[in-house]
Design a protein around this ligand. Structure first.
Ligand code: PEP
Length: 247
């Protein structure tokens, strides 16, 4: 198994010019291990600035894109615009987009296809809410979210899946390594049964939800955890420890 480790940093709607400059300095001082990919997602307004200032081992992503290349879609951003700026990644389907902006599974699937067709790689987020976990339907929920993506795409080469239980995002309540591994294992099996053995073997599945410098090493020992999508802690110096958690 030769899946490179992958660390995503989701800055969400945080930052100012001064803070962005500090974060870029922090990123440029991280010694990125050879087997680890790092992709950070600043707010749209700062993407170009970060992309120009960050060292080349670290890539930049948008936090969202739309399903049109251009036109009368006020406030939206297209994957073609990202490509124009040399930005090759986008986070899609984050639970905050699903919850606050009412993005459906279908729209996330369509956005994924549109971004991939434009040549932009996708960090596709899925995950159950607390009440769904309590009802024991976690696997059903993540399978439904995966299916909506699989309905739109055949080739998963440029997709990284981020399993982010909603109850763990921004709450300080991290899934245990066993809880995360259980769902990651289910997702890999789902890929094998519904896409292909190759997709199951090669697709990186990240864990996201209150990952920090203290818990990342334990989570990273699990065989089906191929990295992390990090929110709060990616704005702090401990992001360097997370990037190096598989060492
Ligand atoms: C996220 O927003 O994707 C996330 C995982 O946030 P946090 O690390 O703050 O829980």
């Amino acid at each position: 198994m030769t899946r490179n480790f992958f660390i995503g940093g989701n800055w969400k709607m945080n930052g100012s010019v001064a803070e962005v400059n500090k974060l870029v300095e922090l990123l440029n001082n991280i010694d990125v291990p050879a087997n680890t990919e790092v992709v950070v997602a600043p707010p749209a307004l700062y993407i170009d600035r970060v992309n120009q200032a960050v060292k080349k081992e670290i890539k930049v992503a948008a936090q969202n894109t739309y399903i049109k290349a251009s036109g009368a879609y006020t406030g939206e951003l297209s994957p073609q615009m990202l490509k124009d700026l040399g930005v090759n990644w986008v986070i899609l389907g984050h639970s905050e987009r699903r919850e606050y902006f009412k993005e459906s599974d279908e729209l996330v699937g369509q956005k994924t296809r549109f971004a991939l067709d434009a040549g932009v790689s996708v960090i596709a987020c899925i995950g159950e809410k607390l009440e769904e976990r309590e009802k024991n339907i976690t696997n059903d929920v993540v399978a439904r979210q995966m299916k909506a993506i699989a309905n739109e795409i055949n080739d998963w080469t440029n997709v990284v899946v981020a399993y982010e239980p909603v109850w763990a995002i921004g709450t300080g309540k991290v899934a245990t390594p066993d809880q995360a591994q259980e769902v990651h294992h289910f997702l890999r099996k789902w890929l094998a049964e519904n896409v292909s053995a190759e997709a199951a073997e090669k697709t990186r599945i990240l864990y996201g939800g209150s990952v920090n410098g203290g818990n990342c090493k334990d989570l990273a020992t699990k065989p089906d955890i191929d990295g992390f999508l990090v929110g709060g802690a990616c704005l702090k110096p401990e992001f360097a420890d997370i990037v190096r958690s598989r060492q």
